[in-house]
Design a protein around this ligand. Structure first.
Ligand SMILES: Cc1cc2nc3c(=O)[nH]c(=O)nc-3n(C[C@H](O)[C@H](O)[C@H](O)COP(=O)(O)OP(=O)(O)OC[C@H]3O[C@@H](n4cnc5c(N)ncnc54)[C@H](O)[C@@H]3O)c2cc1C
Length: 409
């Protein structure tokens, strides 16, 4: 058995249907979830089982092409609606649903999870804050995956401290002239529209930033691809006197920093959910591998005390991470106060722990886990970015410590 085989986790049910187990039914049964979430989880498991061969079937295509295909598929199959549309009776998507979808998609494939979350992030400035009808008209096509978006915040000199962003959009008559650079932008190379956070000067620091809607391929915009250790549609945007109409601002001028924080706080919880998806996949395939692997002196790897210790740590982490993510998402969905630190805890705990779990999965696999494109090797590369994007682990600790040390009234 190779680790690639062990990673193929689709089983046949008694009725002959394909099935996978992604979610823990005991956690889904808690009052943090509702019946609609349990039904969604069941639908996701059966969808993933039916699409288990999809990542391998697209392996020959470029990351850009896979990004486009996955976005279209997710739109067609209705999954993007959960990230783009508000939940019934609310003005934001249902975060528990977004988390369940990310967990299932990450379990299936890094790039399909990425396509889902970047489209949600890119749609958020418009869906949550835009008032201009022309901008809102883009939402159906974003939801259906017919057009692709990006959310461009980071700059070469500024990542964690968004209030210090330098790219500027200066008024010139009825137009804005956008100058400066964005980098580390997901979907940069394939997006039809970029939501760009730039300095528009309404106030100092974070008070002077706005989101601008910038069509891909616009004159004055140059896109450069960046290769990552886990490749994806990714790159930099260089604006050199890029002229935009005066109504390119999304929502309120000067509101961009607040919008960005709200969007990142929400999606941060979902990064934790994705980490659990990667980690569950690693956990299940590792247990399967350890059951089959013979050790010196007889017996199987799974029967050794050292392995038992590792498996226990992994199982305990998965439980704790799933509970933290469920709790934070539940609080967002109920508009409870003081949710930001819980979002940070969920992200930090799940992403740091998933990285450790996957490292142990590689260790238990021996050299087989280092083979290029084996499941452990892929997951090892893919999990790394989650501790950096949407707020690094260090920044999460600052947020948590800030909230924990605030005097309670
Ligand atoms: C896969 C991936 C996808 C991404 N997608 C997007 C995207 O779509 N759009 C976008 O705009 N950006 C995106 N990013 C960028 C990402 O948001 C930034 O990388 C992240 O915010 C960190 O910024 P930085 O890389 O500039 O690191 P820096 O901010 O320079 O941080 C470097 C190191 O310093 C630490 N550090 C920073 N400040 C402090 C402090 N005050 N105290 C202690 N330690 C500190 C950090 O924790 C980190 O370890 C993506 C990144 C990755 C890896």
């Amino acid at each position: 058995m190779t680790m690639t085989d062990a990673g193929t986790l689709v089983r046949k049910t008694a009725t002959g249907d394909a099935s996978v187990t992604i979610f823990d039914p005991a956690i889904l049964a808690l009052p943090l979830y509702e019946d609609r979430h349990r039904a969604l989880a069941a639908r996701l498991e059966s969808w993933v089982a039916r699409h288990a061969m999809l990542p391998a079937s697209l392996a020959g295509e470029s990351e850009d092409e896979r990004g486009r295909r996955y976005t279209r598929l997710l739109g067609r199959e209705g999954w993007l609606a959960f990230a783009v549309d508000p939940a019934e009776g609310r003005d934001r998507p249902d975060l528990r649903s977004v988390c369940l979808i990310r967990e299932a998609l990450a379990y299936l494939d890094d790039l399909i999870d990425f396509a889902f979350t970047i489209q949600g992030l890119a749609a958020a400035p418009i869906a949550w804050f835009a008032t201009a009808p022309g901008q809102r008209d883009l939402l159906p096509a974003l939801r259906d995956g017919e057009i692709i978006g990006s959310l461009a915040l980071s700059e070469p000199a500024v990542g964690s401290n968004l209030a210090a962003l330098a790219a500027s959009a200066v008024r010139d008559g009825n137009e804005f002239v956008l100058t400066g650079g964005k980098t580390w932008v997901s979907n940069a190379t394939i997006a039809d529209h970029h939501m760009v956070l730039a300095r528009t000067g309404e106030g100092p620091g974070g008070l002077g930033l706005s989101f601008l809607l910038v069509p891909g391929g616009k004159e004055g915009l140059r896109t450069r691809a960046i290769d990552l250790m886990a490749p994806r549609a990714f790159g930099s945007l260089d604006f050199d006197g890029c002229r935009l109409p005066g109504d390119a601002v999304i929502g309120q001028g000067g509101g961009g920093f607040r919008y960005a924080m709200e969007i990142l706080d929400f999606y941060r919880v979902a990064v934790g959910a994705a980490a659990i998806g990667f980690a569950r996949r690693a956990f299940q395939s590792t247990v399967e591998w350890c059951r089959g692997r013979e050790v010196a002196g007889g017996g199987r790897l799974i029967q050794t005390q050292g392995t038992a210790n590792k498996i226990a740590d992994m199982a305990m982490f998965l439980d704790a991470a799933a509970l933290l993510v469920a709790r934070a998402a539940f609080e967002f969905d109920r508009d409870l106060d003081d949710v930001v630190a819980h979002a940070s805890m969920a992200k930090l705990f799940a992403t740091d722990g998933a990285a450790r779990l996957i490292d142990e999965a590689v260790q238990l696999s021996g050299a087989a886990g280092l083979v290029a494109d084996s499941l452990p090797e892929r997951l090892y590369r893919q999990i790394r970015a989650l501790r950096i994007y949407e707020g690094t682990s260090e920044i999460q600790k600052m947020i948590i410590a800030g909230a924990a040390s605030r005097p309670r009234l």
